[in-house]
Design a protein around this ligand. Structure first.
Ligand code: SAH
Ligand code: SF4
Length: 349
């Protein structure tokens, strides 16, 4: 029988759980410390807990749902991508991006994705299932444990496989656990959720007390084209999406980042840059331009550097904050280089 993962129990319930096992409340603090701040992945390692309790916990809970199946590092050593196998044999990917002084982790929230963007490898797989809170949080803990003492994770971005806002409850449960002082303790400002633009959930985030960063995958300022590139646009068109972003900005005081992947001959014309400027008027937004990654569909490839630079320059000329970075870490398979450039922009914001 498969045991319940302790990380699927919300933190405020841990104390009650231990008290129910006849333990004093302070044991919860000890347990949390083991789970979130040490490399312990099972209960017998938790040496300051009474032996009987360790045994009891070991019988009732697990702490590991992910097994690293493949671990590849880019030639420059800065991008590490891990393929995890879940209990049911399905797989997901997470990426660690290392800079001089900072470490960012990019995590997945679903196996597959239902939105079906035509250039996205995950979208082409279709939707398989939601990840649990434990499966989301564990991706971060895996890298934290591996980094060891003295080094820590500075940023977590929900930009891996899947649409985080289509798994809202578990995404938010994971955000809370990663953020809580009693949990992983990462400041909300160091957590960013990337979305294809699910309006009701963007509105829900605006109401939350935690000010996590929001990145919207825009890729076009024109509804007809965006219907193709980000099919959820048919349900949540640009006008309403932008108005939800304005609301998010007004309620949280945080600037929204717009990701704009450049596809050769599709959305990279300077006219389209002007359209984008017009759309984002009054938003004080940051636009993160990303060269398309190699995808299986030859239709979607990155424009020449000249074209990308011209697109960026037009945004700059019209006073929109914009970043454009080259691809890196692409030698370890598509998906990572793009994450790196995206993530750098968020950090330097
Ligand atoms: N579902 C969410 C988060 C995961 S996808 C979202 O769409 O925002 C993370 C980012 O990768 C998105 O901006 C997505 O558009 C982008 N992406 C997908 N396929 C890509 C490709 N082939 N090249 C470059 N970026 C890609
Ligand atoms: Fe891929 Fe994100 Fe589109 Fe889903 S929403 S298909 S993960 S780009």
């Amino acid at each position: 029988m498969s045991l319940k993962n302790l990380l699927d129990t919300p933190l405020p319930k841990w104390e009650g759980l231990l008290v129910a096992l006849g333990q004093p409340a302070f044991r919860a603090r000890q347990l949390r410390n083991w789970v979130f701040h040490t490399s312990a992945t099972d209960f017998p390692q938790m040496t300051n807990l009474p032996l009987a309790l360790r045994e009891r916990l070991q019988e009732s809970f697990r702490l590991e749902s992910l097994t690293a199946k493949m671990d590849v590092t880019s030639r420059d050593g800065k991008v590490q991508k891990v393929l995890f196998q879940l209990q049911d044999g399905k797989t997901i990917e997470s990426v660690q991006l290392s800079y001089e002084k900072r470490v960012s982790i990019c995590i997945s929230t679903q196996v597959g994705c239902a939105i079906g963007c035509p250039y996205c490898a995950t979208g082409q797989q279709g939707f398989d299932r939601q990840l649990s809170i434990a499966e989301i949080v564990e991706q971060v803990l895996y890298f934290a444990r591996r980094l060891g003492e003295g080094k820590s994770i500075n940023n977590v971005v929900f930009m891996g496989m899947g649409e985080p806002l289509a798994n809202f409850a578990n995404t938010w449960g994971a955000v809370e656990m990663l953020n809580a002082d009693e949990g992983f303790g990462l400041g909300a400002r160091h957590i960013t959720i990337s979305t294809a633009g699910l309006i009701p959930q963007i509105k829900e985030i605006s109401q939350k007390p935690l000010q996590v960063g929001l990145a919207v995958s825009l890729h076009s300022a024109d509804d007809t084209l965006r219907n193709e590139l980000v099919p959820i646009n048919r349900r949540y068109p640009l006008k309403e999406l932008i108005s939800a972003c304005k609301e998010y900005k007004a309620k949280t005081g945080r600037r929204v980042t717009f990701e704009y992947v450049l596809f050769d001959g599709i959305n990279d014309d300077v006219k389209q840059a002007r359209q984008l400027v017009h759309l984002l008027m009054d938003l004080d937004a940051l636009v993160n331009l990303i060269p398309a990654n190699v995808s299986e569909t030859p239709r979607f490839k990155a424009p020449s550097l000249d074209k990308m630079t011209a697109f960026r320059d037009e945004l700059e000329r019209l006073k929109v904050k914009v970043t454009l970075r080259g691809k890196r870490g692409t030698d370890i398979a598509a998906g990572c280089g793009q994450l790196r450039s995206r993530d750098m922009a968020l950090i330097n914001k």
